[in-house]
Design a protein around this ligand. Sequence first.
Ligand code: UD1
Length: 421
Amino acid sequence: MEKLVINGGNALRGRVKISGAKNAVLPIIAATLLGQDTPSRLDEVPALDDVHTIAEVIGSLGVDARFDPEAHQFFVDSAGIKYCEAPYDLVRKMRASFLIMGPLLARCGKARISLPGGCAIGTRPIDLHLKGFEALGAEIEIGHGFIDANAPHGLKGARIYLDFPSVGATENILMAASMAEGQTVLENPAQEPEIIDLANYLNVMGAKIRGAGTNVLKIEGVPKLKGAAYTVIPDRIEAGTYMVAAAMTRGDVYIENAISEHLKPVIAKLKEAGVIIDEDVDGIRVRCDKATKAVDIKTMPYPGFPTDMQAQFMAMLAVSEGTGLVTETVFENRFMHVDELKRMGASIKIDGRTSVVEGVSKLTGCQVKATDLRAGAAMVLAGLVAEGETQIGYIHHIDRGYDHLVPKLVQLGADIRRVEE
Ligand code: UD1
């Protein structure tokens, strides 16, 4: 097992290039299963453990999938899907494996996927995915730890209203409906940039989707889709994490590839905290030369403040001037990083869905752990400003979602390294 060792205190300076978005590439790789006749080639695919996992998932279906992390390319030839089942070992490793259910149902008329189970940041049910599949005419059976979905005569377009704009449910329904007979109207879908990216890829494959990024999606089903070449959007959460790193360390970093349109709430809150931000078409420059001021944040579905940036902002508030409130409305149990930050000297109280973060003048390095992916990022940020050495364990969580984190931070001047425990 490896851990990260950080000596805090260095201001980050220079340029960092943002990789392709994890949360865009995972559904897009699932969507490659819909492509017949021609293979798909994806570009700007980040070198992440989650991408290796989804490659394993679709490979286990008998599909020819190859990931070249050096070239950031992913190749899929899904002409011959042999199996329609995803086993527990893979689904447990990564919940996003469940995203193959929509494409399998559409392409093969059946899918059998292990129930994902709980995870560190909440129970994360899949009821909205299943309601969507049922509305499209699939029969769902749950038993022995598996979900069986069957649509032997194909899926039929329907009008579907999502009680909550779930990202995963929107993606699964979008993929299934792309090959359903007739029109599907999906109301109250998620509007994240990753939904738009998936819809764009599906449209390049031959789908007929309109309204991605708005509160109504309209999908005209087509009988067949073909594989296609596609370049994935930059990762707004990776970009946001480096923006906070630049602010907290009182540095000056140009974040190449960051799309400011996707980062509006993050930019607004950093500006409110006193950070200087310059946006241009190629990226975002983030500067800060004094302590940040406390701000309040409340996570919401897009275009609200992203839950995937909550932990990183909490790390920043821990060393900001004043008291900030952090309210988590998307997940019910996403404050695991609080206890770890407190071990470093942060002053945080949890009251239900809100954390009260009272800024302290310094954090002190110690041994902590990454309790999930973004919590791990928060520990790295805290370590970058803490006095002395911070050691972070359980870094497999961080490797799921940050491409070349250590080299990128070293290039910006951080004192960080991976060591064997
Ligand atoms: C995706 C992202 C994750 C991000 C989250 C919210 C990927 C691979 N992951 O996760 O990084 O934190 O969006 O922006 O893209 N819910 C239900 N029933 C359902 C589905 C979801 O109640 O059927 C609830 C969940 O328990 C959670 C909330 O809806 O409380 C948000 O979940 P959802 O938007 O589906 O997130 P994911 O797609 O799992």
